[in-house]
Write a protein that binds this ligand. Structure first.
Ligand code: FAD
Length: 404
């Protein structure tokens, strides 16, 4: 009889939603994983996150869907309105109907809750996953069949393979893609706020995903934390042309923003959302960067180094699928890697890149296009609104995405 293959040792750089999902998926397949996170403690900044059925089916495959459901809200529908006068343009049911159609629920969660669920699953896998915090990777090298990571001058790790899940400003990316271009500054800013539902006037409470479309901006609100909190995001074009991407200090990438700056940026382009904006206790601003859609599998994998999530394909959040694609990547990677040995890892990584790059590129391109449609003005806006009124749910559904 054949001997069981000796599992590979896989290093993961980054312990965000993508890195933790990859650790859980790979360890469940039998691999031994060491994850290195720069932050002093595992935590997730940010506010809400929407998870379509394509993503929740993957959470089920990772064994965390039940835990996620308990902390999530399950909205009844998505309603699209005009940002100026609040008039309803289209509605699509979510709830039971989308779950029946696509085999997974549509959930809205606080990002910290999803991150905590994945962290708990990683911890439960015990010795198969080693989790390190306070370890910023500063060097990446490949020597023969070994990948080496360095953190400062005193720490080094060796593995048979490396997964770069180190986000938008990925260091690992430079081992896969030889181009110096930084992410693209889109000139779009996301202002985000959270409020307890019970603290809001009753007319502002809603269990739906609500979207308001305005000129050069849109707003999205949905419940999180079992429906107890409302998450509101205003996404606005504030610097036409952009000013060139620059890496922000991690301490201020998620900046405290004052209401006056937000109101100056949105002007009178979304009066229909104003009562909700005014009711929010505190705002944070987040500048949005993306990259051109992936051009081929060579932008996701080279040899023993694979990229995953924002490290590979950062995108505008206008299809609400950035973290979703990171989770899909994680599950797809583990499916290709299985319990293969160190020698088979480059081929398995190659199959992962071939399986994933086109879908990721399509989602990136669609997110950019959604920005143009959501923020349209003049005749384009009139045509868009007419189409939404006539086609409604048909236009809001995304079978290619949710079935995939
Ligand atoms: P990250 O979350 O950036 O994690 C990277 C991790 O790597 C971090 O923990 C970081 O500290 C660590 N790291 C970085 N460099 C190093 C290093 N050198 N050494 C060690 N560790 C390192 N997505 C959705 O699916 N649904 C949504 O509704 C949604 N809404 C969004 C709304 C907004 C306003 C924005 C901006 C994004 C939204 N997204 C959404 C997208 C989503 O946030 C990202 O795509 C997702 O978080 C990417 O996960 P990641 O693990 O790849 O990267």
């Amino acid at each position: 009889a054949c001997a069981e293959p000796m599992p590979a040792r896989i290093l993961i750089a980054g312990g965000g939603i993508g890195g933790l999902a990859a650790a859980v998926a790979l360890a469940r397949g039998g691999q031994s994983v060491e994850l290195l996170e720069q932050a002093a403690a595992f935590s997730e900044v940010g506010a809400g996150i929407q998870l379509g059925p394509n993503v929740t089916r993957r959470l089920k495959a990772l064994g965390v869907l039940d835990a996620a459901r308990q902390l999530a809200a399950r909205p009844a529908s998505v309603a699209v309105r005009d940002a100026q006068d609040g008039a309803l343009l289209a509605r699509m049911p979510l709830g039971d109907s989308i779950e029946r159609k696509y085999g997974g629920p549509y959930l809205c969660m606080h990002r910290a809750d999803l991150h905590a669920v994945l962290l708990q699953a990683a911890q439960a896998l015990g010795p198969r996953i080693e989790l390190n915090t306070g370890t910023p990777i500063t060097q990446v090298a490949a020597r023969g069949d070994t990948v080496c990571l360095g953190s400062g001058s005193h720490h080094a790790w060796e593995g048979d393979g490396l997964v770069g899940a180190d986000g938008l400003w990925s260091l690992v990316r430079s081992r896969v893609v030889e181009e110096a271009a930084p992410p693209r500054a889109t000139g779009h800013t996301a202002w985000r706020a959270l409020a307890r539902i019970e603290a809001l006037p009753s007319v502002l409470r809603s269990a739906d995903v609500q979207v308001w479309l305005g000129e050069r901006l849109h707003a999205v609100a949905y419940p999180v934390r079992g429906g107890g909190w409302l998450n509101l995001v205003i996404l606005a074009e504030v610097q036409p042309g952009g000013v060139g991407a620059k890496k922000q200090d991690p301490a201020d990438w998620d900046q405290q923003a004052d209401m006056a700056a937000l109101l100056a940026a949105i002007g009178n382009r979304c009066d229909g959302v104003f009562p909700l904006i005014e009711a929010m206790p505190q705002w944070r601003a987040w500048q949005l960067n993306d990259r051109a859609p992936l051009a081929g599998p060579q932008e996701m994998v080279r040899g023993r180094v694979a990229l995953l999530g924002d490290a590979a394909h950062p995108m505008l959040p206008y299809l609400a699928q950035g973290a979703g694609m990171a989770i899909e990547d994680a599950v797809a990677l583990a499916e290709r890697v299985g319990n293969c040995d160190a020698d088979s890892l480059p081929a398995a990584f190659g199959r992962y890149a071939s399986a994933r790059w086109q879908r990721n590129a399509r989602v990136q391109a669609r997110a950019r296009r959604n920005g143009e449609v959501f923020h349209a003005s003049g005749a384009k806006r009139v045509a868009r609104d007419a189409a939404l009124r006539v086609l409604g749910a048909h236009l809001l559904d995304n079978p290619w995405l949710y079935e995939g």
